[in-house]
Design a protein. Structure first.
Length: 328
């Protein structure tokens, strides 16, 4: 892939520009997605296995998307000439979903949420080590600071409270989120955002269904209500992300994502009676600060950023829009 100037990140003239509404929508998306991860953890306490969680999370999105498109007469937006690219994206994304579910299940919610903030750090590493693009001292400093925060969270003194497997899953999710953004960037050149999210959900549900005969079991009505709610919460969160980007630039709303740490801490305290380890409060500021530095630096260098960069604002916008539940 070769470098070329990034597109301007401001909303186009035909797109509404309401920063306050964009921030409000983004805030709603953080609450919806934090609720989804809380429900995933809650479902685990009701005996729902990971393959079941993965299946229902994806399967519930499929009829929602189809129903929306049928009602609006836009089913044609699902057409694609790149089914294998969608399959590849779904395979990687499903691995990311697996890591997210594992992290949410094994770790306190604030810890899992904080580790999810490492995606920008891995994006910088991919840009430098795989794409062989120049990364300056600001971003390298941010990467070092961010991973120092990870080491603090997973420090030896807290191993009993922060399982190593859970930390590995959380970091794996960060790697995959960064990787998927590159795939989405490529798909966005030829396919509509709604087709990307639909085929991701479809392929993901089909893949997870292979394991259902070995892991599926009957659950009480509460468990099924939790599964339905987590599917709805995830789809709503994706919709609100896309809606926020239609009202304000990425640089305006992306910092709101860190509010999800507040929601995760609140859920952990009141739903699971769990307070995050002290090291989380020491490591989280380092990871959050690193992400903010990378976002700021990428914004400053926008005219010199490769469009394949996972932190390029236009790539982030396409990545988020590719998860919206319906085309508008």
């Amino acid at each position: 892939m070769t470098s070329s100037p990034a597109r301007h990140t401001a909303p186009s003239p035909d797109r509404p520009h309401n920063p306050l509404l964009g921030i409000a929508l983004r805030l709603g998306s953080t609450l919806a997605l934090a609720t989804m991860f809380m429900l995933i953890k809650l479902a685990g306490t009701h005996g729902v296995s990971m393959p079941e969680l993965m299946f229902w999370r994806q399967a519930i999105s499929v009829p929602l998307i189809l129903g929306w498109l049928l009602a609006s007469g836009q089913v044609g937006k699902l057409g694609t000439r790149r089914p294998f690219a969608h399959f590849g994206r779904a395979a990687v994304g499903t691995a990311g979903l697996f890591c997210n579910i594992a992290a949410s299940t094994l770790l306190p919610l604030p810890v899992a949420t904080t580790l999810g903030f490492t995606a920008p750090l891995f994006a910088v590493l991919i840009t430098a080590l795989i794409l062989r693009e120049h990364v300056g001292r600001w971003r390298w400093t941010a990467v070092i600071a961010g991973f120092a925060g990870v080491l603090v969270i997973a420090g030896p003194g807290e191993i009993a409270n922060v399982p190593v497997l859970g930390v590995a899953a959380g970091l794996g999710a960060g790697v995959i989120v960064a990787t998927v953004s590159f795939q989405i960037r490529s798909l966005a050149r030829t396919d509509t955002p709604i087709s990307m999210v639909f085929w991701f959900a479809m392929f993901g549900a089909l893949g997870a269904s292979v394991f259902l005969p070995f892991y599926a079991q009957w659950h009480d009505p509460v468990a099924y209500l939790i599964l339905l709610a987590l599917g709805l919460a995830g789809t709503l969160g994706q919709f609100l992300i896309a809606a926020s980007l239609r009202q304000a630039p990425v640089a305006t709303v992306v910092v709101i994502d860190y509010v999800s740490l507040i929601w995760a801490t609140t859920y952990g305290l009141f739903i699971f009676d769990s307070w995050p380890p002290q090291t989380t409060w020491l490591g989280a500021p380092l990871i959050i600060a690193a992400g903010l530095i990378i976002t700021w630096r990428e914004h400053v260098l926008a005219k010199r950023i490769s469009p394949t960069s996972a932190m390029d604002s236009s790539a982030l916008e396409e990545a988020s829009e590719a998860q919206e539940p319906a085309g508008t």
